[in-house]
Design a protein around this ligand. Sequence first.
Ligand SMILES: [Zn+2]
Length: 201
Amino acid sequence: MLKFYFGPMDCGKSTLALQMNHNHGRQGRRGLVLTKHDRSGGPKVTSRIGLGLEAIEVEDDLDLVRLVTGHDRIDYLICDEACFYTVEQIEQLADLVDEHGVDVYAFGLASDFRSVMFPAAQRLFELADEVCRLQVEVLCWCGRPGRLNARIVGGTMARTGEQVVIGDTDAAHVRYQVLCRRHHRSGRLGEGTTEPQPEAV
Ligand SMILES: [Zn+2]
C-alpha cells in the first residue's frame, strides 16, 4: 500500500508521521523513517509540537530499494517531506510496495510557494493507492482554511524563484506563510506583516 498524506505547512504532517511510526512499532512491525530538509536541519523528523525521531536523510542519489533491501526485514516506510524527493525515488517507493511487500506512508506538501505542484508530489498523486488531504488545522490570517504555502522574501510574497528554498536559515529573510487560496492569489499577507493596502479583498 502506497499512501500519500498531503497538506500545507503546519497542518500536522510530521506529527502524524511520528504517531504512525509509533503505532506500527508497537505492533512489532519494523520500519524506517526517512526525511529530507526537516525543519531541524538534520536527519530527524521533528514536529511543531516537540516530538522528534532520528531519521535517514534522503539525498538525491539515495536508492530507496537498495536502502530497504539492505536491511534484514522492513515492513513499512515513513517518508516525511516526500515532496522534496526525486521523481525516481517515488518510483522506487512504488517498486518497494509492489515487489517487496513494503507499506509506504508518504507525507508532504503538494504544491510549492507558487501553488505549482512539486514533481515528486505529482508522481505520488499519480501512483499512490490512496491520497489523503490532511484536515487543515492551520488557518489563513483571515480565518479561512490555509491551503497554500507562500514564500515571503523581505516582507513581500514571492512569485518566482527556485522551487526549494529553506526558510529561516540565512540572512535572505525568507520565510513561509500559509494562506487561503484567495490571499495566495492576491498576495495580501494580513495585518502587521505587510504595508496596509487600501482595497478590501
Ligand atoms: Zn485568507
